[in-house]
Design a protein around this ligand. Structure first.
Ligand code: AMP
Ligand code: MG
Length: 342
């Protein structure tokens, strides 16, 4: 039996999750927000520093346990914003020292993939016979990241990614041009529901990769000309961009011969993306897994979940070795040394 505490701090969210034998028993977070503009890394890091103790105590409270029961502490080592990663790592190192418990460094993107395996967090679905994913392809759609990743031939590998911005940042920029605040994604989703006419936009899939900058310029011009309603433009943007993402995810499923798709990242909260993903999976007889919202967005539970898998396979750093660990802001998925899979 193991109880793992996971610390997430790659960007705007400071999160602490606790997992006990594959079951999420706590998942608390606090998000840095701005009135206008994007994330300022140093400000976000300051936010993490200020909320860390409170979020930690809330997580222990939710789990109803004492900190002495923690067996190991996992933390997001990368990729992410360096100042933010440092705060999470510092917090984890101090805790590791104080409790004399080992550290497990975790890759944030792989954690989004692996949390798709976790069905024990949803008792309601479980009672209906739902299971977690076993060997899936992840379509990871967050603010800064857009990737299709999966485990193949001994490593986690990226099978496609954005060539410019992440899909969330792209949608947020479009929203900003339209005079909407941050985050624009949920607002655009609501407006898109009122759109009726599909307006042709550039469709940009290059091999397994996608790009958004051309579509953004095109949308900006269309907004400036005021020929189309924001409702129709938002609707058309979602249809186009989500189709691009699903084209690459579907191709990865086909090439890898895999039968499970998992969604991850904040943009995956979008109900139209979920609906299109489900349809694609039905058409190719694949299973579709969409973690609940609290596990889709950046969260400590997924870090604890992967941390537990790694810890149980013997990956842990104690004492001086733990204190010498460093962040990996630009860590690529295929750089992750995998010794915990068959
Ligand atoms: P993350 O970086 O994973 O925390 O996700 C944040 C991004 O998700 C931001 O760019 C949001 O605009 C976007 N987002 C959140 N909810 C939605 C939604 N319902 N539809 C589209 N994008 C969303
Ligand atoms: Mg993320």
């Amino acid at each position: 039996m193991a109880i793992i505490l996971g610390v997430e701090s790659t960007a705007h969210t400071f999160g602490i999750g606790i997992v006990k034998n594959g079951k999420v028993i706590a998942n608390k977070r606090d998000m840095y927000t701005t009135d206008s503009g994007g994330i300022i890394p140093m400000d976000s890091a300051k936010h993490h520093r200020e909320v860390s103790s409170r979020v930690y105590l809330e997580a222990l409270g939710e789990a109803g346990m004492d900190e002495k029961e923690i067996d190991a502490i996992s933390f997001s080592q990368g990729p992410g914003l360096a100042p933010c990663l440092i705060e999470g790592m510092k917090f984890s190192k101090e805790l590791s020292k104080r409790l004399s418990k080992p550290l497990v460094p975790v890759n944030h993107c792989v954690a989004h993939l692996e949390i798709g395996k976790c069905h024990s967090a949803y008792p309601k679905l479980r009672s209906k016979g739902a299971t977690g994913a076993k060997d899936s392809v992840l379509l990871y759609c967050s603010g800064a990241n857009t990737q299709v990743i999966s485990y193949a031939a001994g490593k986690y590998r990226g099978f496609g990614e954005t060539l410019d911005t992440g899909v969330g940042n792209f949608i947020d920029t479009f929203a900003r041009y339209a005079g909407l605040g941050f985050p624009g994604g949920p607002k655009i989703e609501k407006i898109a529901k009122l759109g009726k006419n599909y307006i042709e936009l550039p469709y940009s899939v290059k091999g397994m990769d996608v790009s958004f900058s051309g579509i953004l310029t095109n949308l900006k011009q269309k907004l400036e000309r005021k020929e189309y309603s924001l409702e129709d433009l938002s609707f058309s943007m979602q249809e186009t961009v989500f189709a691009m993402l699903l084209e690459t995810a579907e191709r990865a499923l086909a090439h890898l011969g895999k039968k499970e798709l998992v969604l991850g990242g904040g943009v995956a909260c979008n109900s139209r993306l979920q609906e299109m993903s489900k349809k694609m999976c039905e058409e190719r007889k694949a299973k579709f897994f969409c973690p609940e919202r609290s596990l889709l967005v950046d969260n400590g539970a997924m870090i604890a979940y992967l941390g537990e898998i790694m810890f149980k396979s013997g990956i842990e750093f104690s004492g001086k070795k733990a204190q010498e660990l460093d962040i990996k802001p630009r860590q690529r998925t295929d750089e992750v040394e995998v010794s915990w899979k068959k």
